[in-house]
Each structure stands twice: as C-alpha cells, then as structure tokens.
Design a protein around this ligand. Structure first.
Ligand code: ASP
Length: 345
C-alpha cells in the first residue's frame, strides 16, 4: 500500500454538491473536479484525493437500481487504484442506496463511505465540510497498513454507521440518520474513535471483489395501517410479475389476523411471491408468534425480517431474488447476516 492513501470521491448529486450564487442567491451544482480548490482544508489531509462525478448529478429522489449499477461500476473499475472511497449522494434516499451497494459488493475489503449534507457546501452554516472531511479521513484510516473500515458505511454529523442499518429520521436536524439496532462504528470528537469490536470483518480475507449490477425490481413495500381495505392488499398482491413484498407491520411484527388478510397473503405465497415481515418501528425486531396477531403470518410462510430495516430489506430482497435460490435457501439467506445487516436469531 502506498505511503499516502489514495481516496476517490464519487459525486452523484444532492445538496452537498451545491454552492450558493451570492448574486442570485440560487443553489447550483459546482464542478467537482475543482473540489480541493473549493475546500482548501482538504489539502491538509494526509491523503491523495481524486474525484469523479456523474455526468448529470441527480437529486437522490431520482435514484434507482440503474444508478446503483453505475456507482458499483465506478467502484469496481477503481477498486485496485484507490485505498478508500467516499460516495456523495443526497441524504433523502441514502440509506436505500448505500444498503443496496453493500449487497452488490461482495468480499469488500476497503472502505466505501456514503455521506452528504443537509445544507449546501457553500452555505455559511453548512454541515457539508465536516461530513466530507471526516468521511475522507475515515476512508483513509489504516491500522497495521490495512484499512480500518472494510464495509459500506454512512457518515453524518459526527457518527459513522453501518450503512445497511440506517434510516433517515430527520429532514431538519444535522443528525439526520439513526441506526437503532446496531451501534455506531465510529464517533468523531476531538479524536476519531472507532468502535473496533463492532466493525465488519470480511470472512474471506484477500478474496476478489465481486461487483453485482443486477437487481430484481418487481418488488414493493406494503405498509399496514388501521383501516386498510382488502382491495388495497389484493390490488398490490396482484401486480403483474410481482416477486417480493416488504410487509411493514406493527410493533414486533403484528398484523390484522382477519381471515381475508391472511388468505390474500397466503395466495400470493403459494404463487411464489416472497413476503418479508419488517417492523414499522425504527428499532427492535420482528418476533413472529410472540403475539397472536403474528402467529398466522408465521403459519402461512411469511418470512421474518428479524431486526432488518425496511431500506435494507428492500435492497436484500432485490439482491437475493436475482440469485435464483430455492425457496429454502431464500429464507436461509434472508435471515443470515450477509453484510452485517441483520442480527441472526
Ligand atoms: N433532496 C436532496 C437529495 O436527497 C436532499 C439532500 O441532498 O440531502 O438529493
């Protein structure tokens, strides 16, 4: 490994890449090839920084698996040349994007840190500079000449999280993300402190990176609410080519135990549609059978998503559906920790 780590910044869009035109007061995207010029503080970091940008940066609301594949391709093509990566996206769908990338990259041995900001980089009170500078520092951190982080992380407001454990929880506060079911991987204060026992350790040391680019998108999220009508559930489950559903249930995985509801789900399962039970709560886990109102789900073959987030469950569903697994293997892999996204039973 070179004496100075090489870091690649991949800019896809979002508020972080904008500056205010002080004449017009309007926000506009800035040229990322001039990033070190715009943020002179970056020159003080003990690493070499290069950047690439999507030709047309996007608001993260326009993200989709085609863009995931573009990000994965950039990471794959530059994997050998760089020691760490910082991916900038809008924060709105960052947890979805970063979760998906975590599954698409197998045998990752280098840091891929997602970050963004609530205020543009040119704003006086911006959170962008700290988020970017510390993300680069994290991506460049090494211990015994090996990267400290060997997984996909998400850094925001002094905290590094495992990306596939996060959820965006605030459109207002700088602390915009939470990871209720897994502790922070690092905290930035006077010192950058890594929570070493909680870091992901790839089980196949030295294995070659596998970069997958296909995801199955015939999926949907069905969020339960009191008063949901049979026609709503039925219409969703009859979507042409539907292959999987994230069923967002209440509390520890509870749902109406009325016959119509369970019958509709059962018909879908018999047709081969995977139904994953994920809680609407930001913390805690699904325990099917804990209450009477989840016993029925268990008995008809709804798959418990344990403590996975909705964002991560959706990404994992899209990923595993593409792997051509048998019904048993699908359940086994869904409930197994592949990238640290789930706490196994
Ligand atoms: N709407 C923006 C986006 O997600 C917000 C942000 O950048 O944080 O792209």
């Amino acid at each position: 490994m070179a004496s100075k780590p090489n870091i690649l910044i991949i800019y896809t869009g979002g508020t972080i890449g904008m500056i205010k035109d002080y004449k017009t007061k309007a926000l506009k995207a800035f040229d990322f090839s001039r990033i070190v010029e715009k943020i002179p503080e970056l020159a003080q970091l003990d690493c070499a920084i290069e950047s690439v940008s999507l030709e047309k940066p996007i608001d993260s609301s326009n993200m989709n698996p085609n863009y995931y594949a573009t990000i994965v391709t950039i990471l794959e093509e530059n994997y050998k040349k760089f020691d760490g990566f910082v991916v900038l996206t809008g924060s709105d769908t960052m947890s979805y994007i970063a979760s998906a990338i975590s599954f698409m990259l197998e045998n990752l041995q280098k840091p891929v840190i997602f970050t963004g900001s609530q205020l543009p980089i040119g704003d006086l009170r911006t959170d962008a500079k700290e988020n970017l500078i510390t993300s680069i520092e994290i991506a460049a951190s090494r211990k015994n000449n090996v990267p400290v982080i060997k997984e996909v992380g998400l850094y925001f407001e002094y905290k590094l999280y495992r990306a596939n454990r996060t959820t965006k929880i605030s459109a207002e506060h700088f602390e915009a993300f939470a990871s209720k079911n897994y502790p922070e991987l690092a905290e930035s204060g006077v010192h950058l402190k890594f929570n070493e026992p909680m870091l992901y350790q790839p089980n196949k040391k030295g294995a070659t990176l596998i970069a997958r680019k296909n995801m199955v998108t015939d999926v949907c999220i069905l969020k339960l609410y009191p008063g949901i009508k049979p026609i709503v559930v039925q219409t969703i489950l009859e979507i042409k080519n539907l292959k999987g559903v994230i069923l967002e249930t209440y509390g520890s995985g509870n749902a109406p135990n009325e016959a119509w509801f369970l019958e509709l789900l059962q018909q879908a399962i018999v047709k081969g549609i995977k139904i994953i039970n994920v809680t609407q709560c930001v913390g805690g886990a699904v325990i099917q059978g804990h209450y009477d109102t989840s016993l029925g789900l268990k008995s008809i073959g709804v798959i418990s998503g344990l403590d996975i987030t909705t964002e991560s469950a959706l990404a994992k569903l899209m990923y595993l559906l593409n792997e051509g697994l048998s019904a048993e293997s699908f359940v086994k892999y869904f409930q197994k920790s592949l990238r640290g996204e789930i706490s196994e039973k």
